[in-house]
Design a protein around this ligand. Sequence first.
Ligand SMILES: *[C@@H]1O[C@H](CO)[C@@H](O)[C@H](O)[C@H]1NC(C)=O
Ligand SMILES: *[C@@H]1O[C@H](CO)[C@@H](O)[C@H](O)[C@H]1NC(C)=O
Length: 275
Amino acid sequence: MASDQSPQRPGEDAHEDEQKGSSSVKGKAMAGKTMGWVLALIVAVVALFVGLSFKSRYPIAPSFPSPQQKLFKVDELALYNGTDEGLPILLGILGSVFDVTKGKSHYGVGGGYHHFSGRDASRAFVSGNFTGEGLTDSLRGLSNAEIKSVVEWRGFYHKSYTFVGKLVGLYYDDQGNPTKHLKGAEAKAARGAQLLKKQKKEEDKLPSCNSKWSQDEGGEVWCDNGFPRLIQRPLEIALTGKMSKRCACFREDQLGEPGLEVYEGCDYQAQTCRV
Ligand SMILES: *[C@@H]1O[C@H](CO)[C@@H](O)[C@H](O)[C@H]1NC(C)=O
Ligand SMILES: *[C@@H]1O[C@H](CO)[C@@H](O)[C@H](O)[C@H]1NC(C)=O
């Protein structure tokens, strides 16, 4: 649920274009008989491309040993915040650092995601708080579901942008090894994923009510088969730290079960209720 409410993830279209490009190259290689020649050509093109993009993205930092191994300090990452046109734009999430220069319209000065640039603001990906201390890498007090969402954002950056290294701090030590904070966050995210799956399985057994809302008529819930009742979502506390209820449809013979709540002002046998 939390990820549905997250801001739209920029750069996805560009990523799809890249995917299409690489699959058509693969298609040609398959069709041709001269596999060796095609392979050599691909290697040459890839080498050229890698060389070019590396050169253009890191004009003043040719000494990055291998992008996979670069360890950043907080002050160093801050330089890549998008204000200097000559530098790539980098951002950190859970201590992983990505080059988001190709998403300059979002991450550069004036872009809607500019506050993520040059820092690790992991928390802000789910809190939406981009002011002052809201821009922190601390996930303290967030729910499993929210932490799962942060981990998914990191997955998005792996998929759509270039991983360039790690930020030494909360999530990686000065050797580049994951800290207990990173392992803890990943464990909570995994727990969140497990609970969500379980919740979905449980809830699939009891169909949800239909619902609609309009300015003029307000809200309405109804069941095509059965009767609308409010019920607790038992896993919600473990997932989000909050109680929550949902509307589910029950058959007549189930209406005596414990824990079912009739909507206020709605008849016991009504199939539609105003909310
Ligand atoms: C942003 O980056 C520039 C150089 O690229 C640096 O001079 C400036 O201090 C950075 N801003 C912050 C808030 O770190
Ligand atoms: C954002 O976080 C800061 C620091 O924790 C807090 O003072 C501020 O009230 C928060 N703003 C919102 C809109 O939640």
